[in-house]
Each structure stands twice: as structure tokens, then as C-alpha cells.
Write a protein that binds this ligand. Structure first.
Ligand SMILES: [Zn+2]
Length: 140
């Protein structure tokens, strides 16, 4: 006989909806893998943008291409950081530790993962780290 009403039970006092389930993890994995492919091709495009443009001799062209290259480099840095997070999430999925904050090891809320499936930190730690980073920037 099948047990009815199994959904919505709580696990060790935690609401099930707050914890990433196996099915959700599989779903997130798919999203993350798609993102990884997007990032890889975006990184290739940005890398090409940095490499192209060595033939200008006009100083204005050179300045512009230098500025462009700087923009490509900045963008490349951002993409690489996201790629590192994406790779880390995929690793965590394979290890079975997906959805835990890298700082406090508490589960990252499902709402947050739905927005950023490759998030490494819970909202609280993310805010704390950003606050600290901007404070360090101001101090420098
Ligand atoms: Zn945390």
C-alpha cells in the first residue's frame, strides 16, 4: 500500500522546501552546465578581442584598441571568476555537497540558488564578503 501525503514532511526540524532535493540538484546541474558552455564561448570571444588589433599604427587607433583591450581584460576577469564558481558548483554536485555555503557551511536558500545556481555563499556571507571587499578597496 502506498503512503499518501508524504510530501511536505520535515527533516530534522528543517522545512523540506528549504533544502535542495536530488531532483532540484539535477535541474540546477543542467542550468549550470549550460552556463558553463556560455561562459566558455564568451571567454573565447573576449580572448580573441584582446589578441586582435596589433596592426594599428595610428596613435588614436592604438589608444582606442588599448581601451578596448582593457575592457576585454576586465570582462575576461569577471567571466573567469564566474567560471570558477560554476566549476566549483559542478564539483560540489558530484561530491554531494551542493547548496552549502563555502563560508559558514549552512544551506544556501533555494530562492537564492534559483537566481544564482552557482552561488558559493549564502546571502549573509556574500553581503559580509562584499562589504569587506569594498571596505578594503576604500582603504587602499
Ligand atoms: Zn554563509
Amino acid at each position: 500500500m502506498l503512503l499518501a501525503g508524504c510530501s511536505g514532511f520535515s527533516l530534522a526540524g528543517k522545512l523540506v522546501e528549504d533544502i535542495v532535493t536530488q531532483a532540484q540538484t539535477i535541474n540546477f546541474k543542467r542550468i549550470i552546465e549550460t552556463k558553463r558552455r556560455e561562459l566558455a564561448s564568451a571567454i573565447r570571444a573576449q580572448t580573441a578581442g584582446i589578441a586582435i588589433g596589433d596592426s594599428e599604427h595610428d596613435p588614436i587607433d592604438q589608444m582606442q584598441s588599448m581601451k578596448l583591450r582593457e575592457e576585454h581584460a576586465t570582462r575576461l576577469g569577471q567571466l573567469s571568476r564566474i567560471l570558477a564558481q560554476v566549476d566549483r558548483s559542478l564539483h560540489e554536485i558530484s561530491e554531494g555537497s551542493y547548496g552549502l555555503c563555502a563560508e559558514c557551511e549552512e544551506p544556501i536558500s533555494l530562492k537564492r540558488l534559483e537566481i544564482i545556481p552557482w552561488a558559493s555563499y549564502c546571502v549573509r556571507c556574500q553581503e559580509y564578503l562584499e562589504h569587506r571587499a569594498s571596505a578594503e578597496r576604500k582603504a587602499a
